[in-house]
Design a protein around this ligand. Structure first.
Ligand SMILES: Cc1ncc(COP(=O)(O)O)c(C=O)c1O
Length: 411
């Protein structure tokens, strides 16, 4: 029996996002009728000679083959992949060991020597460095562009531009890219558009509906949501995902483990309610920060003061759980948040059920990660000045978060 039909319930009508988040890709175990997904540990699954087949370029068709080898996918991982594909309004997904592995899978599967990649000038530092430091060694040209400026995008396109990698909202600025405008540019020129939607999640934005070809997530963040499993994924049309799976899943060993797939599915069960609650709390906290005399700037897509608030309203169904803000004495505030807060953990990462805070010094990011032109640097400083606190708001009562921020801000 084909792998996908072993897993999916048949559904005769379109489902709402909360229902999809719980149920897409999930069926009772055919043998035991277990409701919760099993963790399938077997690396191999038996098959009959001649069963199923590979396409001419060696790609296994998961809709006509049973499971073979966990390097392609496995029954638990496949349930996660099908659920993510449904949430992102597309056909297929590949789950990977981390979000960075998902971006590496896209770059190394779709680009070849002589191709040109355009990358957001500001995005998750690990992926920025992967593109700028590794891809040129393999003959791929890389340019970094402020993807909130469509004129700059058009000017940067070369005859050999094959892929644009965007991130919206971007880490750490919370600057947005107009995905509809960018999608129109890429489609008209036959360029692929991959969007890292880790900060938005499908609860806020479905990039494929707006014109992206591929959506990338760090599942380590909001999608799992509990800070206890790393994972990543790339979702998109079947042919593209099959190409990425056959190259990165198998040759680069990007595959996700069954245990982590199970944890991430359990986290996904509550994604919609978590995102709604955290986004509402983030709005309350951002509004408090904006009115605080010690705070010199707040960036939150849900505030009217965000430079792209209109775009946020058009493109994001909710404004998300991340806030950045600036203060005049960041070292003292960082120390108090790290040592005296009973709610915030002072740590990198985002998207957990518990709130996280960290100070990101602009000069440190410039030294280690981002190489910005004078115009790009001016834009960076417009959002972040000399540095920003990045808050990832969790599920605590917002008044407790505000209490701890008040203590940290007003000593
Ligand atoms: C937007 C974004 N994409 C990708 C990643 C990488 O994810 P992972 O840590 O799962 O490799 C991160 C990590 O912070 C991120 O913020």
């Amino acid at each position: 029996m084909p792998a996908d039909s072993l897993l999916s319930r048949s559904v005769s009508r379109p489902l709402g996002e909360a229902t999809l988040t719980l149920n897409a890709g999930l069926a009772h175990d055919p043998l035991t009728r277990a409701i919760a997904p099993n963790i399938a540990m077997s690396v191999n699954n038996a098959f009959t000679p001649g069963e199923g087949g590979f396409s001419a370029d060696g790609v296994a068709d998961l809709t006509s083959l049973p499971f073979l080898y966990a390097g392609w996918t496995n029954p638990t991982v496949r349930q996660l992949e099908l659920r993510i594909a449904a949430l992102e309004h597309t056909d297929d997904a590949l789950a990977t060991a981390s979000g960075t592995a998902a971006a590496a899978a896209v770059f190394f599967s779709l680009l070849k020597a002589g191709d040109h990649l355009i990358l957001s000038d500001v995005c998750y530092a690990g992926i920025h460095e992967l593109a700028r430091k590794m891809l040129p060694d393999f003959g791929v040209e890389v340019s970094t562009v402020n993807l909130s400026r469509m004129d700059d995008v058009v000017a940067a396109i070369r005859p050999n531009t094959r892929l644009i990698h965007a991130e919206s909202p971007c880490n750490p600025l919370l600057r947005l890219t107009d995905l509809t405008a960018l999608g129109a540019i890429t489609r008209a020129r036959g360029i692929l558009l991959a969007v890292d939607s880790t900060f938005a999640t499908p609860v806020a934005t479905c990039p494929i509906d707006l014109g992206a070809d591929l959506v990338i997530h760090s599942l380590t963040k909001f999608m799992n949501g509990h800070g206890d499993a790393m994972g990543g994924c790339v979702a998109g049309p079947k042919a593209l995902v099959e190409r990425i799976r056959s190259r990165a899943g198998v040759y680069l060993g990007a595959t996700l483990s069954a245990q982590n797939a199970w944890l991430i599915m359990r986290g996904l069960d509550t994604l919609v309610v978590r995102m709604r609650a955290m986004s509402a709390s983030a709005h309350t906290v951002a509004t408090y920060l904006q009115a605080h005399p010690a705070v010199s700037g707040v960036i939150y897509p849900g505030l009217e003061s965000h430079p792209q608030h209109a775009l946020a309203c058009a493109q994001m169904r909710l404004a998300g759980a991340l806030i950045t803000f600036q203060v005049r004495n960041p070292d003292a505030v960082a120390m108090r948040l790290a040592q005296a807060s009973s709610t915030f953990d002072y740590a990198f990462s985002i998207g957990h059920q518990r709130s996280l805070a960290v100070f990101l010094k602009t000069q440190d990011l410039l030294n280690s990660s981002f190489e910005l032109s004078p115009e790009q640097l001016a834009d960076y400083r417009r959002y972040a000045g000399d540095g920003v606190f990045r808050l990832s708001i969790g599920l605590e009562d917002p008044q407790d978060l505000i209490h701890d921020l008040e203590q940290a801000l007003s000593a």
